[in-house]
Design a protein around this ligand. Structure first.
Ligand SMILES: [Zn+2]
Length: 334
């Protein structure tokens, strides 16, 4: 999906919103030193050439399709989703982690044994440090005869990580990049917990986790939130200004957050964002993390969370902004 004539009007109007917003923002945009990797044009960020909008949206639609039936752990739809992720990693030339893409686990909680499968790809690096880029691919399946397809939650993040992995194959990197697609996140982060227990060495040498969960929102969504934990320990102190710069390039509004209280269907609900998704497991291991998401909205955990009800222009801008930021952090982390 390209930037058509109508969209230019929208982009023009939006650019004023961004100018005003960034003027109010706490962080002054900073033009990053190395933001032009893989690019000859001095005014275009790397993501513009390395992230293909059409295939990104097509894969997002596939990930949230009825064929995968809401991707609940232990179901056929979930297995089909796994096969799709693996085929995409293979096609992009992303290597399997420890020789396998599929990493099954059993996880006991009380009297219940949960069985699931994380999908993991890797781009080996020479530095001895690791960046784990994660998204859960499972959702909640079928309830009371209705399918919950989980487009925003979290076909959006899953497809973004796939395309970020593809893009990273096109550029030189120094650190080991692990692409972690977790299962059973919806059962209180079980897949991420299993990954941490199966890979203590990885947890000990991970410099940063970047976790994506719900980055396309609903039709009316206008802002991407980010939640950092100890990022300043590994990144330059102006990293938030750098993020503001990329967001401005893609006409995206970003803000540190999310809010602790959100109004959903008339009710005020409190969410602990530090443990709301898989970054919560990295937090427990004291690994710096950077989470991106829109927060809860009217379609959250309802049958209305479908591909058609997400905000596609917002999603494209979010994926490109996140890729530019992670690419730059990859170069900056020492
Ligand atoms: Zn989620």
């Amino acid at each position: 999906m390209g930037l058509g004539v109508n969209l230019w009007h929208k982009a023009w109007a939006l650019s004023w919103v961004v100018v005003i917003l960034s003027a109010c923002s706490h962080y002054t945009p900073v033009k990053p030193v190395n933001y032009l990797v893989g690019n000859a044009d001095n005014n275009i960020s790397a993501s513009v050439n390395l992230i293909d909008e059409q295939t990104l949206l097509a894969d997002f639609e596939t990930m949230s399709s009825p064929e995968f039936a809401g991707r609940k752990y232990g179901t056929l739809g979930n297995e089909l989703a796994q096969q799709f992720i693996v085929s995409q990693l293979k096609a992009a030339g992303v290597a399997p982690f420890k020789g396998e893409y599929q990493h099954p686990f059993e996880y006991e909680r009380g009297l219940t044994v949960y069985q699931g499968t994380n999908i993991i790809g890797v781009k080996p690096g020479s530095s001895g440090q690791i960046i784990v880029i994660s998204a859960h691919f499972d959702h909640i399946g079928k309830k009371s005869g209705q399918y919950y397809l989980g487009a925003d939650d979290n076909a959006s993040g899953t497809t973004a990580v796939l395309h970020i992995a593809k893009a990273f194959e096109q550029v030189a990197t120094q650190h080991t990049l692990i692409y972690l697609f977790t299962d059973a996140e919806e059962e209180n982060l079980i897949g991420a917990r299993a990954f941490a227990e199966q890979n203590p060495q990885v947890m000990a040498t991970t410099a940063l986790n970047v976790n994506l969960d719900m980055i396309s929102g609903a039709k009316y969504t206008k802002r991407l939130y980010y939640l950092p934990y100890k990022v300043e320990q590994v990144a330059p102190k102006y990293w938030q200004g750098q993020l503001a710069y990329f967001a401005m390039q893609h006409q995206l509004s970003v803000r540190k957050g999310p809010r602790a209280y959100q109004t959903i269907q008339g009710q005020k609900k409190k969410t602990n964002w530090r443990s709301a998704s898989d970054h919560g497991v990295f937090y427990r291991y004291k690994v710096p993390f950077l989470y991106f998401g829109v927060g809860t909205h009217q379609n959250y955990h309802t049958p209305q969370d479908t591909f058609d009800n997400t905000n596609h222009d917002f999603y494209l801008a979010a994926v490109k902004t996140i890729f530019d930021q992670v690419l730059t952090l990859e170069q900056q982390i020492e």
